[in-house]
Design a protein around this ligand. Sequence first.
Ligand code: TTP
Ligand code: MG
Ligand code: MG
Length: 468
Amino acid sequence: MRTAPTILHLDMDAFYASVEQASKPSLRGKAVIVGGLGPRGVVATASYEARVFGVHSAMPMAQARRLAPNAAYLVPRFEVYRAISEQVMGLLRALSPLVEPLSLDEAFVDLEAEGAAWDAESARLTGTKLRSDIRAVTGLTGSVGLAASKMLAKIASEEAKPDGLLLIEPGTERALLGPKSVRILPGVGPATGDHLRRAGITTVEEIVEAGEDELVRLVGKAHGHGLYAMALAHDDRSVVAERDTKSVSVEDTYDVDIHDRVRVRTEVQRLADRCVRRLRGARLSGRTIVLKVRRYDFSTLTRSETLRGPTDDPAVVRETAARLLEAVDTTGGVRLLGVGVSGLADYTQEDLFAQAAGETHLDDEDTLEEPAREAAAPAERRWPAGHDVCHTEFGHGWVQGSGLGRVTVRFETPDSAPGRVRTFRTDDPALQPADPLPLIPAGPEQSEVTAVGRKASPGSQGTVAAKE
Ligand code: TTP
Ligand code: MG
Ligand code: MG
C-alpha cells in the first residue's frame, strides 16, 4: 500500500437533485425528489432537504410521497446529468490519466500517476482546487475523499458529505475505522450487518478483535478473509483507467455465404439476443447499436444508431439492428454478421434510470429506448414533470405538473430569480418542449452553443420573461 494519501474519490452531492435545484431557482433550499413518478416508480435521489424526512434512493415513490408530501417531484433529465458528468470527468482527467469512473457522479483518481500530488499537503491542495473548479464549471458541489487506498478514499468522501473534503492521514486508518459500524465496509449490507451483530460484532474494531478464523467461521471463506483485511484497512487495489470493455459485441462467420435475405434477418436477430445476454451478464447497458456486415467480396460495412439513452432491452437491440440491416445491400451474399452495443453505461445505475423512465406512462416522456416514437408522437403530447418547455410569450420554463388536460409551468431559468407559475391546456400550441439550458451562464467558449440553443426555440425570451 502506498504511503501518501494520493488516491482521490469524488462523489457529487445529491447529484440529480442538485442539478434540478441549480436549474430551477424556485427549488433551491427545498425538498426535491427525482425518480419515476408512475405507480411503481422508485426514488433515484432526494435533495438533502428531502432526506430530513427519511426519503432516500431506491425507496418506492409512493412511500416518499407519504413522507414528504410537499416536496417537488421530478422526472430525471438524463441528458443534462450526462453532460454535467462529462464536464466533471473532464476535470478529473486533467489531474491524471488514471481516472476510474464508478457512475455518472463518482470516480477514483490516482493523483500520483502524473505528479498531481505526492504527499498529504499536495493532495489536499489538489482536492481543494478540484472542488472549487467543479463548482466554477458546473455550479454544483462534490465531496472529496483522499487516502492511501480506494476503500479509505471512498469512506472519506462519504464522511465529508455534503460539500466537504476529508483527508485520511496514512497511519490513522485503523483508529478512524475502529469505532465505526461494520456497515461502513464495502460489501457489508444489512444482511451481513445483522449476521455479525448476532455474533456480537457491531464495530470494525470488533471484527479485528474477533480474528480472521472467527470471521471465516461466521461469514464463510469467500467473505471472511476479505472482510478481515478491510477491517485492518488493507486495500491494495489500484485505480484502473476507464472500463476494460468499451463495447460488447458478438459475431459469426459463416462457412457458406448466406444469400437468403430472410435468413440474414434471422441471424441478425439471433446475434442481437446473444449480444444482449452478454451485455446483461456484464451488468452493462449501452446507447449505440452497431451492425457489422462482411460481404462475399470481403467488403465490410458497419452501421450504427445511437439511442436517446442506454438500453439492455433485447427487443430494442433487435429492432434497431433490423432497421440498420434494412439499409445494407446483401444481394451478393454475406459471410460475416455482427451485432454490438457501445456507449456503455453502468447497468446498476442506468437500470434504475430505465425503471424510472419506463414505468411512468403519464409523466415520463424520456423513454430511454424508443427512437421510433418521436415520429409517431404528436398525437397526444405529454409533459413530464421537471422537463423543459418554452412558451412563445413567457419564455423558458419547466413543467411543474400536468393532468386533466392542463399543464402547469414555472417560468424560470438557472440564472433568473424564482419564477411564476402559469397553467395551460396540454395542447396549447404556444407551449413546446425545449432543450435544457446550461447551469452556468455561458463563458466565451460556450456562448456560441448557447446562442444557437436559444435561437432554436423561437419564442424564448430568456430570463427577461421569467422574472416576476
Ligand atoms: P449517489 O452518489 O449514490 O447519490 P447522490 O449523488 O444523489 O447523493 P450523495 O450526496 O449521497 O452522493 O448517486 C448518484 C446519482 O445516481 C443520484 O443522484 C441518482 C442516481 N441513483 C439512482 O438513480 N438510483 C439509486 O439507487 C442511486 C443510489 C443513485
Ligand atoms: Mg453522489
Ligand atoms: Mg455516487
